[in-house]
Design a binder for this molecule. Sequence first.
Ligand code: HEM
Length: 476
Amino acid sequence: VRQLMKQRRPPGFPPGPSPIPVIGNIMSLATEPHVFLKKQSEIHGQIFSLDLGGILTVVLTGYDCIRECLYNQGDVFADRPSLPLFQKMTKMGGLLNCKYGKGWIEHRKLACNSFRYFGSGQRQFERKISEECMFFVDAIDEHKGKPFNPKHLVTNAVSNITNLIIFGQRFTYDDRNFQHMIEIFSENVELAVSGWALLYNAFPWIEYVPFGKHQKLFRNAAEVYDFLLEVINGFSQGRVPHAPRHYVDAYLDELEQNKGEPGSSFSQENLIYSVGELIIAGTETTTNTLRWAMLYMTLYPNIQERVHREIDSVLENGRAPTLEDKQKMPYVEAVLHEILRFCNIVPLGIFRATTQEAKVNGYTIPKGTMVITNLYSVHMDEKYWTDPGVFSPQRFLDSNGNFVKREAFLPFSMGKRCCLGEQLARMEMFLFFTTLLQRFHLQFPPGTIPSVTPKLGMTLQPQPYSICAVRRQQKS
Ligand code: HEM
């Protein structure tokens, strides 16, 4: 009865599909929720509501609506929902799922400063990414053009860039412990939006149901926590106060400085949460983008060939790419943008919540309401894209072949909680992608064509596939 009472939509609340008693619209999120939700918006409007087992949720659809909320009313839509799952995982602390307030401001500022200070702001940093790119293509070379699944290599290589900023060091590709941690962490990104997780949010007492995927989620989270604690302790050895070598050192400086300060959000626990969030947010997304890029280059040999031609014409004598080359490679830029638009790595963004009562398009949304931003619907918005369902890098080029920015392009979301790793991700994607395609021609093993149907989760990734990376030229 309590659940049925909670389900009722308050006055002025956006309309939505009729809920089934008790579980509401949870089942409707079972398959391709981003596609389903876009279809629902055709019935109920750009802003509509769902009942996720008593948790009233607002779904924002299309570029105009998402911009109105996340950008024009930035402060109002800047919170994260206090869902039981997030409370259990990070106690609404850390960074990514932190409540909008002092804790978030302090952690976001520290992370942004560290990314600049130990990352893009350092002259050496680009060289370090290039070094990782070399380790990456050399490891691929070991397969000698035979079929292999690139997932683990891409994951390792990509996460090493974040590892440099957070720990000051990379992990080698045969580090089983690190690999295992990333694997179960990324499994949790998938499980976080599974039916069991949604049920747990609606009915937290299922914590005591001993079976089900939510139990796996809790076990994984505990294991990741222990691993990170150990690694953080290891990398903070030899720390000199006020001479930070990486994010962990910088965090410990803040922790010490704010000791005894009653309102301070810096804590050992939030250090572990924020490190975990930075690692997974940086790895899962960029890895999936590169894995989709490899898959699509193989599916579209003509596009791959044009990428090869551009790379060869700009990188004379097979020299390694640098970030300066980016502006000379509009086609590569167009391809990477089209991958981000078409493949929708984070299709529903990261759940938001309202910090106060909000008024949008004549509707009233109470404070604390969960908000889903359908970023997929932005990239498929007919008002801004012609034939959005077609994969075409060309749409990011003008008639002279110059790269053109598009407005309704939000893979990193927008507003206060927008992705803080965008700049880093762009550096990584460009350098990894060009280094890879400079050296290899990508093709499917004879007689196979992998599926492009994504595996569902918070992020979309391709189903595991095998690929042959055949060397294009002799190493000089
Ligand atoms: C948040 C996408 C790479 C760290 C987000 C959000 C999206 C996103 C959609 C949600 C923003 C919102 O709440 O509206 C991506 C994509 C990436 C990428 C597509 C790569 C292609 C990275 C990297 C890092 C990172 C490399 C860091 C190493 C974060 C963090 C947040 C975030 C910490 C939470 C921000 C906050 O709550 O204040 N990202 N991201 N991301 N991303 Fe990324």
